[in-house]
Design a binder for this molecule. Structure first.
Ligand SMILES: NC(=O)c1ccc[n+]([C@@H]2O[C@H](COP(=O)([O-])OP(=O)(O)OC[C@H]3O[C@@H](n4cnc5c(N)ncnc54)[C@H](O)[C@@H]3O)[C@@H](O)[C@H]2O)c1
Length: 518
């Protein structure tokens, strides 16, 4: 198998291919450069002389030849339009296909040239360039075994080990290379990764060297029994009682103490196997045990697979303040097997779907349309949610700005969880109610009605009887203090246009809470 780089114009395929090839001591092949050599002139000139159809036929021939004989001694960069060919797409199945993803504005800045000098025949003006990118994006994503959302050579170099491990992975396994200011890590998604009793499907994919770093599993009592044996070789396991009521310092102490008794050292790592409660707690314990050891997140609920396992927020609750104690600690890797959702109780699944809904409101576009259609949720939707969350975190790891949009629905949601003592509503259920409040505060009556209907269709609560406005306001005020002076409301202008740091009058907030309880 060769590493084959695909992606839009300006993504840096030629540069990254050359850099990776030199790192590996293998050859870099660039289909555009080879075509130019074959034509004896630029691709733009060939377009002029022979037209696009003829150019695509020559490109298909050359690329298929490269892919048919390509092997581990090569890193191949493909021209942006070559994957339009069905034959090329079939030939890619025998290789590790890596998408160098890039946003349209950055791509345009990189490829734009003074009028009349353009070397790229399809980079004529920004509007048609953006249209072309939008048309091709889905095609690229569908073909990619791995996605590098920040496609620098440095990121590609860091991802090399994981890219190679994909060769032996179960068919359909995909990887996204997550970036943040404090570190990069692989997110590996695939059906059946946790299917084998001995963890065999994970062999080779584990993000840390098993020979030198021992894994200690932290799970809850439900999940440990179901999937505790599916992770391959572990040095020890600790199970806490399940549920939000146990995301506490008492549970954290149990984990720290257990790690100490089992002899875990700074060279070892924690494996967080479970939902958001386990992920947050185990991540916190990893961040603090002996001043910090790595954590591999293995999320088993929908909430965790689309949201909580990524981005490095870890912590525990205080009795009167949710997520009040914690640290940022990015995972060393995240392993997602959507098949484990089959054992998730229906109510937990529905609750997790609220984070999907929230993510779709933030992302807008295709993800919103799909989620708003109310259909069943597939692996592609999980993947799209992961990509959305990773993009937000990459832009603002520490919640200084853009990341706050992920709190959509959470200010009121967290207050509901707190005033009901973490016992009446699941996290997602409370966030669903919080979304309704946020949409009321946003003045989005129609969208609120649509979201209300979507929640009700999944059996999720759309009313919260007996909420005390005073208790809710006090809980929200504590949340505000946590976030500093700014008013922490995230409001929605439209799906895909979500704004943070919005001011909200107390009287409006009271009305939005009263509407929920009414
Ligand atoms: N860190 C973040 O960025 C972030 C983001 C969103 C939510 N969160 C946190 O996530 C938590 C909620 O997470 P959650 O909804 O996953 O709850 P959870 O972890 O309590 O899991 C819900 C229930 O499902 C069970 N379960 C888990 N996986 C299962 C499976 N595959 N089959 C059968 N049962 C299974 C658990 O034992 C538990 O009883 C909250 O504490 C919230 O604050 C954190």
């Amino acid at each position: 198998m060769a590493l084959v780089l695909i992606g839009f114009m300006g993504a840096g395929k030629s540069t990254v291919a050359a850099g990776l090839a030199s790192e590996l001591g293998v050859a870099a092949l660039d289909s555009d450069a080879l075509l130019e050599a074959q034509f004896g002139h630029s691709l733009a000139r060939e377009f002029e002389l022979a037209g696009e159809e003829s150019f695509r036929a020559s490109e298909e021939e050359l690329v298929c030849r490269l892919l048919e004989r390509g092997g581990p001694e090569e890193v191949i960069a493909l021209g942006g339009g070559s994957v339009l060919s069905e034959r090329v797409r079939r030939a890619l199945e025998n290789h590790v296909t890596v998408l160098l993803d890039i946003d349209t504005d950055t791509a345009w800045e990189r490829v734009r040239e003074p009028a009349g000098t353009a070397q790229r025949p399809l980079a004529g003006d920004p509007q048609s360039f953006a249209r072309l990118h939008a048309e091709r994006r889905g095609l690229y994503e569908g073909l990619a075994d791995a996605v590098l959302p920040s496609p620098t050579l440095a990121a590609a170099r860091s991802a090399l080990g994981t890219l190679h491990s994909l060769e032996g992975a179960p068919k359909g396994t995909r990887m996204v290379w997550a970036s943040s200011a404090s570190g990069d890590y692989p997110v590996i998604l695939g059906h059946g990764l946790l299917a084998a009793d001995d963890g065999e499907a994970l062999a080779g994919l584990w993000p840390l060297p098993r020979a030198s770093s021992r894994g200690f599993c932290v799970s809850d009592e439900n999940v440990a029994g179901l999937y505790g044996g599916r992770l391959g070789k572990l040095a020890g396991s600790i199970a806490i009682a399940a549920g939000e009521a146990h995301k506490t310092l008492v549970s954290a102490e149990k984990v720290w103490q257990g790690m100490l008794e089992m002899g875990a050292t700074r060279a070892d790592h924690i494996v967080a196997l479970g939902g958001g409660v386990v992920g947050d707690l185990a991540g916190f314990c990893a961040a603090t045990y002996q001043r910090g050891i790595p954590v591999v997140q293995v999320p088993t609920t929908l909430v965790a697979q689309v949201d909580s396992a990524f981005g490095g927020k870890t912590g525990v609750d205080l009795p009167r303040a949710k997520n009040y104690i914690g640290v940022y600690h990015q995972p060393a890797g995240v392993i997602v097997d959507p098949d484990v959702l089959a054992t998730l109780p229906a109510a937990e699944y529905a609750s997790g779907w609220v984070e999907v809904l929230k993510t779709a409101l933030i992302a807008g576009g295709e993800l919103w349309e799909e989620v708003a259609s109310g259909g069943a949720l597939g692996e592609q939707t999980i993947f799209a949610c992961i990509r959305t969350k990773l993009a937000v975190v990459a832009a603002d790891e520490r919640d200084g700005g853009r990341r706050q949009v992920l709190n959509l629905g959470h200010t009121v949601g967290h207050a509901i969880e707190t005033v009901t003592h973490y016992a009446r509503y699941r996290h997602g259920e409370a966030v669903g109610l919080g979304l309704l409040a946020a949409l009321r505060l946003s003045g989005q009556d129609q969208l609120r009605g649509q979201v209300c209907a979507l929640l009700a269709a999944r059996g999720l609560p759309v009313h919260a009887d007996g909420l005390s406005a005073e208790e809710m306001l006090a809980a929200i005020a504590r949340d505000k203090k946590r976030l500093g002076a700014s008013v922490p409301f995230v409001l929605v202008q439209a799906p895909g246009d979500v704004r943070h740091g919005c001011e909200v009058a107390e009287s409006d907030l009271r009305s939005a809470i009263a509407e929920l309880s009414g």
